[in-house]
Each structure stands twice: as C-alpha cells, then as structure tokens.
Design a protein around this ligand. Structure first.
Ligand code: HAM
Length: 415
C-alpha cells in the first residue's frame, strides 16, 4: 500500500477541524487589525532564502527541499514565508510610499528536518508581517494581535520570551565578547559551535547540546552590548508589554535560527509541546527588504506553527468546535420532503445543520450522530408534521423535548 512521504501527512477529521477553526480565528482577528492576506508561490528561487534566512542557518544549510527545474532554475520549496512575502512586496512595489503595509499568510512550508513530536517536513504556518514602521509601538500592536489571537483560541498559559539581537552595527562588539568568552573554554564546546563561532557567533548561544549549554554559563549578554538606540527601543517595548498586561520573560540566549533579525527577537513557548518546541517565533528584520533589492523599509513579524498550535489546542480544549452540531432526521417520505424544506430555511438563516438523507431507521441515524459527535438530533416524523413541531434529542444527556417548528431557527442559533 502506498504511504504518504515521510514527514508529510494527510489532514482530515478532528485535526483538520482544529486547523479550520484556527484559520477562521486568525482571519477574524487579523482583519480587525487591518492586516490583508497575501499568498505567495511554494517555489521560490534559491537566492531568495540564501540572501535572507542566511547561508549559516540550519534551514539553508541542511533542510531545504531544493532542486533544478526543467528550465535549469535552482528552486526551493519555501522553508518559511517571510522571504517570499518580502520578495513579493518588492516585486509588486507595495513598499514604495511611506504607508505601513500589513500582511498575513496561511500556508504550507517545507523543511527536511529530523522527525520529532510536532515537527514535520511539510508543516503549516500562519504569519503576520508589518512593513514600514520601526517603532516599538508597531511591535506592541503586532504582539497584541498575536495575544488576542491566542486568547480567543482559548490558550492562557503562554510565555512570551523576548530578547534584543541589536543591529548589524552594534553586533561586532558582542561578537568580540562572545569570541573572547569562547576562547577561554573552547574545548567544552561541540564541533558545530566551533563552526558557528566562525560563521555567526550569535548561534553559539542557541546550541541545544547540553554540554554547550553548561559551558555557556556566565556568557556575555546581548542586551549589555546594545547601541543606545537599540537599548532604548528594547526598554520601551518592555514597558509597553508591561502596560498592556502581556506576560513576558527576557531570554538572553534567544537569538533565533534565521539570520535576518535586528533588535527585537521573540518566541512563545508552550509547556504542552515538550522540551525545546516553540509554538511561534519572530522579530524585527529592518535590513531584509533592502537586502533583497527593495527600498530601505523596516519590518516586524512572526509565524506560528499551525500543526503545533492544533496539537496544543487538542490537548487543552479537546475536540475542535464542530461545523454542524445538529442533525435533522426525517422518518418517512413525506417527512423527507418537509425536512429538505426545513433544512433549506435553516441553512439560509445561517444555522449549521447536517441532514440525514439515507432514509431508514432512526436507530441507524442516532448511531451515526453519536460517532460524528453531533450534540442535537432533530427528529421529524408524521406525528411532528401533524402538530407543527420537531422532536429534539440531546445526545449528551439522552433527554428529549419538543420544539415548535417556528422556534427551531432561534433555538439552534442559540445552542
Ligand atoms: P521559525 O521559528 O523558523 O520562524 O518558524 C516559526 C514557527 O513555525 C515555529 O515556532 C514552529 O511552530 C513552526 N515550525 C517550524 N518548523 C517546523 C516543523 N518542521 N514542523 C512543525 N512546525 C514547524 C520563521 O519561519 C519566520 N519566518 C518567522 C517570522 C515571520 N519572522 C518574522 N516574520
């Protein structure tokens, strides 16, 4: 039997229902903040990621689905969406005047990673990018939107972890400090860290190796080496988050696995995911638009892993909300005609309802309702047709009652 490719899975049923609920919530919340959707192609030219995510990153180094197409182009199945959105915004001249541009995306990404819980090779991200504003206030706005999104989904115990990675101008001072620190205990660090020290010293802080983590004890702190403007920026963001009641901690080792960040970098962790798994990450990337050939436009954004978010919600909230929590079951041919008419009026009134069209015994319909997790079953038989009513069975309690037909729409809409 053919199987899906390792790390790639079919989405259906309960898991997909969570995906849909998350996506609907995202569109509603982001729309409220004035963000518009963008959809970029899955394939981008290799250069787009080399020049953004960075040649020293694990993503570009080890994890890209990369091939030469029939026209001889070096292309990549996007491992993330920020670079593609920036490429598109430049190509379509979305950033040529001074207006802020607020965009969000929802879609699949591809990384050839080692398999772990909540880690896939085809995974999904929801992301939001804000272009054109360099202020801490724009970061607070974006983080507030993220906070509303997660809160409306019902997540409460999340911690925002923040840091500042400074600017390309201020970073050499920190690089020097970390190199000096490293030199004193070089033998305690792994081979990868020795390589990282050459290509991107910040990455040493991010090593997951337990020995390296121990060796890092007492390491130089990024925020002690910031230029004055970055330090002010960082302090202002922290004050805003405090004022807004968004709980956060400072993580001096948070540097992120992508090269484009400047100043603010952040992640949100969920204890439900197991060790080392971030639910989402993001930050400021003021140099990226220019680096990819566009105007000098600052930007801030983040992306959340939809797969991981759905997993956490399943753990915290159980079953995803159903599209059709009610089922209408007609008994007999006359009732079947009336049921179609009743269902039509309910659907047109915006009520979610599934219609039993197989005919046959009530028992069979109730058994299906049970398996489908339907909460309310409306039964329409000859007796109900005579009296202009519908029999209603509440599946959780087994209770049964009678509703006048004229009240069905209102009662279902409120249930
Ligand atoms: P990232 O940290 O590489 O950032 O990915 C963001 C989120 O995508 C992660 O926190 C995680 O939830 C999810 N994710 C990443 N890899 C996998 C995987 N293999 N399986 C399941 N989920 C995964 C970015 O991609 C940046 N573009 C974020 C950003 C947007 N920065 C600024 N704007």
């Amino acid at each position: 039997m053919a199987q899906s490719v390792k790390g790639m899975r079919d989405l259906f049923g309960a898991e997909l229902r969570w995906f849909q609920h998350i996506e609907e919530t995202a569109r509603r919340v982001f729309g409220r903040h004035g963000y518009g959707e963008i959809r970029t192609p899955i394939l981008e030219e290799l250069d787009v990621f080399k020049r953004s995510v960075g040649e020293s990153s694990d993503i570009v180094n080890k994890e890209m689905y990369q091939f030469t197409d029939k026209g001889g182009r070096e292309v990549v199945m996007r491992p993330e969406n920020t670079a593609g959105v920036v490429r598109a915004a430049i190509q379509h001249k979305l950033l040529i005047n001074a207006d802020p541009v607020l965009l969000y995306y929802i879609g699949p990404q591809f990384r050839y990673e080692r398999m772990q819980t909540g880690r896939y090779r085809q995974f999904y991200q929801i992301g939001a990018e804000s272009f054109g504003v360099a202020t801490p206030e724009s970061e607070a706005e974006s983080l507030l939107m993220l906070h509303s999104f997660l809160t409306e989904l019902g997540l409460k115990h999340l911690v925002f972890s923040i840091n500042s990675v400074g600017t390309p101008e201020s970073r050499p001072a920190f690089h020097a400090a970390i190199r000096a620190f490293f030199a004193q205990r070089a033998d305690q660090f792994c081979e990868d860290c020795h390589r990282r020290l050459q290509s991107n010293p910040l990455r040493v802080l991010d090593c997951k190796n337990v020995k390296c983590q121990q060796a890092l004890e007492g390491h130089p702190i990024l925020t002690d080496h910031l230029d004055e403007a970055s330090a002010r920026h960082h302090a202002r963001l922290k004050a805003l988050l405090t004022d807004l009641g968004i709980p956060f901690t400072e993580d001096p080792r948070l540097v992120r696995g992508l090269d484009y960040y400047t100043r603010t970098a952040f992640e949100v962790l969920s204890s439900d995911l197991g060790a080392q798994s971030a639910l989402l990450g993001g930050g400021r990337y003021d140099g990226l638009v220019k680096q990819l050939g566009g105007p000098d436009v600052p930007a801030f954004g983040w992306a959340i892993g939809l797969d991981r978010l759905a997993m956490v919600l399943q753990q915290v909230r159980g079953e995803a909300p159903r599209q059709a929590p009610a089922l209408l079951v007609p008994l007999g041919e006359r009732a079947a005609t009336e049921a179609l008419k009743l269902a039509r009026s309910l659907w047109e009134a915006g009520v979610a309802l599934q219609l039993e069209t197989r005919g046959g015994a009530l028992k069979k319909a109730l058994a299906s309702a049970n398996r489908l997790g339907i909460q309310t079953v409306l039964i329409l038989g000859d007796g109900e047709l005579e009296t202009g009513t519908v029999a209603v069975k509440h599946m959780a309690t087994g209770e049964q009652e009678t509703w006048p037909l004229a009240e069905v729409t209102a009662r279902l809409a409120n249930s």
